[in-house]
Write a protein that binds this ligand. Structure first.
Ligand code: ADP
Ligand code: MG
Length: 576
C-alpha cells in the first residue's frame, strides 16, 4: 500500500501519513490521554510513537492487569479506558478484562494487533495466528476490524461510541499488522478522522414512566433506595444526593457505590442491611441490578413482606430480569433522577418517621456491637483489628482510593471501612473476580492523582503481584496491604492423604514485603495493629510505593468468606 500510494503520484511531493500515526491522531482527537498495555509484535513501535506523540503509555507485565487498569479507568472517568496488546496470547490475556468490563458496565476498548486476514482465514499458520475478532465478539458490546488506513477514523469513533453510549461496556478493535504501515496522503488522512460528538447522549425518561414511579414511591410506608455502581459511574452525585434526601428513605449502597453519599449519612442503612431488605415495601433500584449480589430480589433475604420495585437504569432489558418491576424508568441516571426530583415537587412528604427510626435503631445497635472488635491490638492480627486501623486511615484521608479484593478481606473490609466520597472504592465487581488489585491500583493512581490503598487477600494479590514492579517503575503512590493468613480462606487446611500441601494453603510465614524491596519500594512486615497503623500512615503520607505484609492469624478466615453457601455440596461422605 505504501508503495502503491507513492507510485500513484510520481511527480508531486506528497506528504504521507500511515496507520501508526492515524490511530494515534484519532485517539488524541478524542481525548485519549493514557494507554495501558504490554508491548510486543506488532505493536511495539506503535507504543513508542504514541508515547512520543504525548499519550501516556503505561507498560505492564501482563495484559490482564493492563486490561483491568483500562476497565477501571473507564469507570472512574466515563471515558473508555484503552488497553493495547499483541496478537493471540496477548489478546487472550486481555480478553478476561474485556469481558469483565462488559459485565460490570465499564467503558473500555481493547486494541490488539493481529495477523493478516488472508493468512488467518486460510489457516496458514502465521506468527500468533488467531481469528481474534470471532473470539472477541462473544465477550463484548461490539467488535471491529480495520483493514484500510482510511477507515481508522471511523473505526475509532465507532469503538468509542459503542463503549460509552447506553449501558457502557467493552469494545474490541482488531488491527492487523499490515495496517500500521499503510501509507496515505496526510491531508486525506487528517480529513478521515472523526471527533465523536456527544458520545453518550442523554437518555431522557418518558414522563409516564416518571409519574408511575412517583405514584409507587408515594404509596410507600417503608421505602428503600439501593444505589449501585451504575449510579456512581453516572457522575450525577448532587442530583442523587438531593433525591435521596428529599425522599427521606434509607439507602443501601452497593459495594462500589459506597461513598456516593457518605457511609455516615443519617439515612445510610449499610449497617442495617438485612432489616431494610426484609422489611421494606418499595425498593428503588438506582443503577444497580437485582443479580446474585442481591439474591435476585427474592428469597429469604428479602423477607415475606410484599414489595414493589422501581428501577432506574439505562438498559431497558434489565427490567424484569429477576422479579417484576412495577415502575421501570429507563434513561441515564442524571436525567432520570432530575426528572424524579422535579416530579416530587416542593411538598414531598418524606418517608414515615417510624420506619426511619426503626432502621436507625438497628443500625446504631450493629455499629455499637462491632466497635470494640475494631479496637483490639491482637498479634497475630485478626481481620477486625487490622481493618479497624485501615478504617481510620481512610477516615483521615477521604480522598484516597481504596482498592479491595480477597474473600474474607473483601467481605469484612467492605462492611468495616466507611467511605465518604463518590468513586473512591473499587473492587471485585459483579463477578467477584480476583486479580484486579494491582491493575486497578495503577490506573486509580494515574487517573486521579490521589494516593491508593490496596487491601488485598494474600491469594488475591498473587494474581497480579508482579505488577509491584510496574508500581515502582512509575513511582506511583500505592500502598498495598496484604492480609497474609497463609492461604485461601484460611491457612490451616491439612492434606491427610499424602505429603503435598492442602490445596488451599501457601508457604507459611511468607514475606510478601520482600517482593517490593526487589524493585526499590518500601517493604514492611506488620505483626500488630499498631505496627500496621504506623506503616500505612507513613506510606500514605510519603506516597512511596509500599507493600505491607500484615500477619493475620491463619485460623481467622471462613471458607469462601460470606458466600460459602454458593459452594456445591457432595453427597458422598468425606473419608476420615
Ligand atoms: P452494583 O453491582 O453496584 O449493584 P450493577 O453493575 O449491578 O451495580 O448495576 C449497574 C447498573 O447501572 C447496570 O444495570 C447499568 O445498565 C446501569 N448503568 C450504568 N451506567 C448508567 C447510567 N449512566 N445511567 C443509568 N444507568 C446506568
Ligand atoms: Mg450489582
Amino acid at each position: 500500500m505504501a508503495e502503491a500510494a507513492l507510485k500513484a503520484a510520481p511527480d508531486t511531493e506528497q506528504e504521507l501519513t500511515d496507520g501508526f500515526h492515524l490511530i494515534i491522531d484519532a485517539l488524541k482527537l478524542n481525548g485519549v490521554k493514557t494507554i495501558y498495555g504490554v508491548p510486543g509484535i506488532p505493536i511495539t513501535d506503535f507504543g513508542r510513537m504514541a508515547q512520543a506523540e504525548g499519550i501516556r503509555v503505561i507498560s505492564f507485565r501482563h495484559e490482564q492487569n493492563a486490561g483491568y487498569a483500562a476497565s477501571i479507568a473507564g469507570f472512574l472517568t466515563k471515558q473508555p479506558g484503552i488497553c493495547l496488546t499483541v496478537s493471540a496470547p496477548g489478546f487472550l490475556n486481555g480478553l478476561t478484562a474485556l469481558a469483565h468490563a462488559t459485565t460490570n458496565c465499564f467503558p473500555m476498548i481493547l486494541i490488539s494487533g493481529s495477523s493478516e486476514r488472508e493468512v488467518v482465514d486460510l489457516q496458514q499458520g502465521d506468527y500468533e495466528e488467531m481469528d481474534q475478532l470471532a473470539v472477541a465478539k462473544t465477550m463484548c458490546k461490539a467488535a471491529y476490524r480495520v483493514l484500510h488506513a482510511q477507515d481508522i477514523g471511523i473505526a475509532v469513533a465507532r469503538a468509542i461510541r459503542a463503549a460509552v453510549s447506553g449501558r457502557p461496556g467493552g469494545v474490541y478493535l482488531d488491527l492487523p499488522a499490515k495496517l500500521f504501515g499503510q501509507a496515505m496522503n496526510a491531508d486525506a488522512g487528517q480529513k478521515s478522522l472523526v471527533k465523536v460528538i456527544d458520545a453518550a447522549p442523554a437518555q431522557i425518561p418518558a414522563p409516564d414512566a416518571v409519574r408511575r414511579a412517583i405514584d409507587v414511591l408515594k404509596s410507600a410506608k417503608k421505602p428503600l433506595i439501593i444505589i449501585g455502581k451504575g449510579a456512581a459511574y453516572a457522575q450525577a452525585d448532587d442530583a442523587i444526593k438531593a433525591f435521596v434526601e428529599k425522599s427521606g428513605a434509607p439507602f443501601l449502597p452497593m459495594s462500589m457505590a459506597k461513598g456516593l453519599l457518605s457511609d455516615l449519612h443519617p439515612q445510610c442503612a449499610g449497617a442495617a442491611r438485612s432489616t431494610v431488605l426484609k422489611d421494606s415495601d418499595v425498593v428503588v433500584m438506582l443503577g444497580a441490578r437485582l443479580n446474585w449480589l442481591l439474591s435476585h430480589g427474592k428469597g429469604k433475604n428479602w423477607g415475606d413482606a410484599p414489595k414493589k420495585f422501581i428501577q432506574i437504569d439505562i438498559e431497558p432489558k434489565e427490567m424484569d430480569s429477576n422479579v417484576e418491576i412495577a415502575a421501570p424508568v429507563v434513561g441515564d441516571i442524571g436525567s432520570c433522577v432530575n426528572a424524579l426530583l422535579n416530579a416530587m415537587g416542593d411538598k414531598w412528604t418524606p418517608a414515615p418517621s417510624d420506619w426511619i427510626g426503626a432502621v436507625s435503631k438497628k443500625r446504631e445497635e450493629n455499629i455499637a456491637k462491632m466497635a470494640p472488635r475494631l479496637m483490639n491490638n491482637n498479634s497475630p492480627m485478626d481481620y477486625h483489628g487490622a481493618l479497624g486501623v485501615l478504617r481510620t486511615v481512610i477516615k483521615e484521608r477521604p480522598d484516597a482510593i481504596l482498592v479491595n479484593e480477597g474473600a474474607n478481606t473483601l467481605d469484612l473490609a467492605r462492611g468495616i471501612i466507611d467511605m465518604y466520597k463518590p468513586r473512591k472504592r473499587i473492587d471485585v465487581g459483579t463477578w467477584g473476580i480476583m486479580g484486579i488489585g494491582m491493575g486497578y491500583s495503577i490506573a486509580a493512581a494515574i487517573e486521579t492523582g490521589k494516593p491508593v490503598l490496596a487491601v488485598e487477600g494474600d491469594s488475591a494479590f498473587g494474581f497480579s503481584g508482579m505488577e509491584v514492579e510496574t508500581i515502582c517503575r512509575y513511582n506511583l503512590p500505592v500502598c498495598i496491604v496484604i492480609f497474609n493468613n497463609d492461604g485461601i480462606y484460611r491457612g490451616t487446611d491439612v492434606n491427610t492423604a499424602g505429603s503435598d500441601p492442602a490445596t488451599t494453603v501457601f508457604v507459611k510465614g511468607a514475606r510478601y514485603d520482600k517482593m517490593i524491596e526487589a524493585f526499590g519500594g518500601v517493604g514492611v512486615n506488620a505483626t500488630s495493629p499498631d505496627e500496621l497503623k504506623r506503616a500505612v500512615n507513613a506510606a500514605m503520607d510519603s506516597g512511596k510505593p509500599t507493600l505491607i505484609n500484615a500477619v493475620i492469624d491463619p485460623a481467622a478466615g471462613s471458607e469462601s468468606g460470606r458466600i460459602g453457601n454458593l459452594n456445591p455440596q457432595s453427597v458422598v461422605k468425606k473419608k476420615k
